[in-house]
Design a binder for this molecule. Structure first.
Ligand SMILES: C[S@@+](CC[C@H](N)C(=O)[O-])C[C@H]1O[C@@H](n2cnc3c(N)ncnc32)[C@H](O)[C@@H]1O
Ligand code: SF4
Ligand code: SF4
Length: 333
């Protein structure tokens, strides 16, 4: 969850940009590896062959440069980030520098590694429905692995979120995901599947039709409106995701508030367009801040990624959104 200090820091970074044009890499989404333990139906990160990955020393140098450049929140993702051997040490380093850490994981390796991960970090686990539905999309045994990881995260007192990718195969099973979240006192986010598999141009045929999207919105809206504490969406974000509303702040936060780092050490300002966006700047041969400032923020109205949509709404500074955001924080406190 976004704590008060982090929320105030984020607002200050937004104001600095809006008033003075000062760009800060407040939020970093660090894809540390493309290797994965799974091969989900809508995602093509896990490809055969060699994968470029950073070494621990280079990653630590980058982390220190991020902290010096004003980074306050790093989300580690992949592929499967818990496959990268240096992760526990890098996370410990980040926490020691006062950076908030979140980890987007399929949970396969969480039970075995939980003891060496820093306390207080946030874990986002993927769940797409009941066992048969989930495993058809995410591979045999993935439901059991997510439930095990959820129980581990709860026992270890990690902050927790479930992330559900909505497809035509599971859009009628969202209540199961919601009830699982509630039973484990865990927030849940829903994001619609992209038309092509992540990291490739493969058409997976799992996209939802407009009618299916409308059903999802109909299911979620009353829960959000009644202040349900386990749904981690504001109503404005729900409308954006469902394509009802295009009013995210522009330019997009990529390149002035947030940045994505690839396993090859490149920075990109976009989470879309074959996952890394068209513009990439290496931060291995120049300081992180300089590489970040070389990116140009882009005007863009649509995004599949719930985190980017949320951040763009926050950057809009619209009173209705800020009020909803604040109320949601209070409910979860
Ligand atoms: C790329 S994964 C990386 C982290 C980890 N391997 C996992 O699956 O949780 C990050 C999130 O993106 C979601 N995702 C993967 N492919 C997607 C797609 N085509 N559209 C929308 N979300 C997708 C995953 O389900 C997961 O929740
Ligand atoms: S969604 Fe996550 S678990 Fe599934 S293949 Fe992609 S990176 Fe791996
Ligand atoms: S809103 Fe547009 S520019 Fe920003 S990350 Fe998403 S797809 Fe990329």
């Amino acid at each position: 969850m976004v704590g008060a200090k982090l929320a105030i820091g984020a607002l200050l970074a937004v104001l600095k940009y809006r008033l003075f044009g000062k760009r800060t890499p407040f939020f970093v989404s660090w894809r540390i590896t493309d290797r994965c333990t799974r091969k989900c139906a809508y995602c093509d990160f896990n490809q055969p062959g060699d994968h470029v990955e950073p070494d621990l020393a280079t990653s630590k140098r980058l982390l220190h440069e991020m902290a010096a450049a004003g980074t306050k929140w790093i989300n580690f993702t992949g592929g499967e980030p818990l496959l990268w051997p240096g992760l526990p040490e890098l996370l410990g380093d980040a926490v020691a520098r006062g950076i908030k850490i979140s980890l987007c994981t399929n949970g396969d390796r969480l039970p075995e590694l939980a003891a060496v991960l820093p306390r207080g970090m946030e874990v986002s686990l993927s769940l797409d429905g009941p066992e048969s539905v989930n495993d058809a999309l995410r591979g045999k045994g993935s439901y059991a692995a997510t439930v095990r990881a959820l129980e581990t995260a709860r026992r270890e007192n990690f902050e927790r979120t479930l992330l559900c990718v909505v497809t035509r195969e599971n859009y009628q099973h969202l209540d199961f995901v919601y009830e699982t979240a509630r039973a484990h006192q865990t927030r849940v986010q829903f994001q619609f599947v992209t038309p092509y598999a992540l990291n490739s141009q493969r058409e997976h045929g799992l996209s939802t039709s407009d009618e299916m999207k409308a059903e999802v919105v109909q299911y979620l809206r009353p829960k959000i409106q009644s202040g349900d504490p386990w749904i981690a969406h504001t109503k404005q974000v729900l409308d954006c995701l469902a394509g009802k509303n295009e009013t995210t702040f522009n330019p997009c936060i990529g390149g002035w508030f947030g940045v994505r780092v690839t396993p090859a050490g490149e920075l990109t300002n976009c989470w879309g367009e074959e996952i890394d966006g068209p513009e990439r700047v290496s931060c291995l041969n120049r300081p992180f801040r300089e590489a970040f400032l070389a990116l140009k923020p882009r005007v863009c109205h649509r995004c599949w990624c719930i985190g980017v949509v949320e951040a763009n709404m926050l950057a809009s500074l619209r009173p209705a959104y800020l009020w909803d955001f604040y109320r949601r924080r209070r409910r979860l406190a």
